[in-house]
Design a protein around this ligand. Structure first.
Ligand code: DAH
Length: 339
């Protein structure tokens, strides 16, 4: 048995010396020290030995085990160091290679102006509200005092999903959704995409953006509307801007108006920029129609409000001197990188 143990030690050492990688090492460990290993097999036969032999052989077996374990560890450390050296030698790093630049995205000009607009209104105490782009006819028209046979529907070139569902043609339905949910005081703006069945050209697009505004509280008057919108225009276009309110008609406001800003280019004289008008139309607005308040469960005897709505694309085109609407939707990086 002693001879057997010595033979095992010798063989194990030889195999460890020959091991090329960690897998080989593990195989040696299993072969000799594992549960079904050669050394274990010997130890299982210890019972057959005489009382004198047993401690001697036992001690020897333990020694052999310890030796193999020690050699295993040593070989492992050496092998690992060797493998690392090999990897370092083959994996060279060329620090003179040019770096891969990642291209930084930019904000879309519509987003830039919208962010600015939000900041102006948030500064005046407004919240930002949202509504669905696929909208019920009820919210897009009916509740805004535009019944089925109303001529205002013709001007809106509506995409109908079915008789009751449309792609919203304006952000005004968000007014209704907010008033249904929230008791006055209400002070919100609501930006979003709107859809109209127009062919795409330099000045028309079937998809564009509007920003809606709504204020409802006790004792809100036309003076609040004028003051708020004047501040807005002066913040957006500069303190020196001149505005005027021109009577107009919208079904959901009474009275209604359009707000113009005096042409920055000719100061009212009339030029190419303002198409000879001297003034540039910015938005529609008015005092919320009592019927609209009623439709939302708000008592028009107790509360009043004003609303406004503007097209975002035109503001942005004027701001950056962009003359073709289509540039906004093509996402050409050469265009977008200019802002
Ligand atoms: N929704 C109108 C449009 O698309 C714009 C508008 C006008 C909104 C007057 C308003 C408003 O809230 O008071 O033409």
């Amino acid at each position: 048995m002693k001879a057997q143990l010595e033979a095992i030690e010798k063989k194990a050492f030889e195999e460890l010396t020959a091991a090329q990688d960690l897998k080989d090492l593990d195989a040696v460990r299993v072969k000799y020290l594992g549960k079904k290993g050669e050394l274990t097999a010997i130890l299982k036969q210890m019972g057959k030995l005489s009382a004198e032999e047993r401690p001697v052989i036992g001690q020897l077996a333990n020694q052999v085990r310890a030796q193999i374990e020690e050699r295993l560890e040593e070989t492992k450390t050496n092998l690992e160091a060797h493998l690392l050296d090999q990897r370092l030698a083959t994996e060279t790093l060329d620090v003179t290679m040019p770096g891969k630049r990642s291209v930084l995205g930019k904000k879309h000009p519509i987003t830039i102006v919208l962010d600015e607009l939000k900041e102006i209104f948030i500064g005046m105490g407004f919240d930002v509200a949202q509504g669905p782009e696929v909208e019920l006819d009820y919210y897009n028209f009916e509740a805004l005092n535009i019944p089925k046979d109303h001529p205002a529907r013709d001007t809106q070139d509506t995409f109908y999903i079915n008789d009751n569902v449309v792609l919203r043609t304006q952000t005004s339905p968000i007014q209704i959704r907010v008033m249904e949910k929230q008791k006055p005081p209400i002070r919100i703006i609501a930006p979003g995409r709107v859809y109209r069945s127009d062919a795409l050209d330099a000045t028309h697009s079937p998809l564009f953006h509007q920003v809606e505004g709504l204020v409802v509280d006790k004792n809100i008057t036309m003076a609040d509307l004028k003051g708020t919108l004047e501040v807005f225009v002066k913040r957006l276009y500069g303190e020196e801007s001149v505005v005027r309110f021109r009577p107009h008609h919208f079904p959901f406001t009474e009275p209604s108006a359009e707000l113009d800003v005096q042409c920055f280019n000719c100061h009212g004289e009339g030029c190419r920029l303002c198409k000879g008008e001297g003034w540039i139309e910015i938005l529609g607005c008015g005092m919320v129609h009592p019927k609209v308040l009623e439709n939302c469960g708000i008592d028009p005897e107790e509360y009043s409000g004003f609303a406004f709505g503007m097209g975002l694309e035109r503001l942005v085109m004027r701001r950056y001197n962009i003359d073709d609407l289509r540039l906004f939707y093509e996402n050409d990086a050469r265009f977008l990188n200019q802002f």
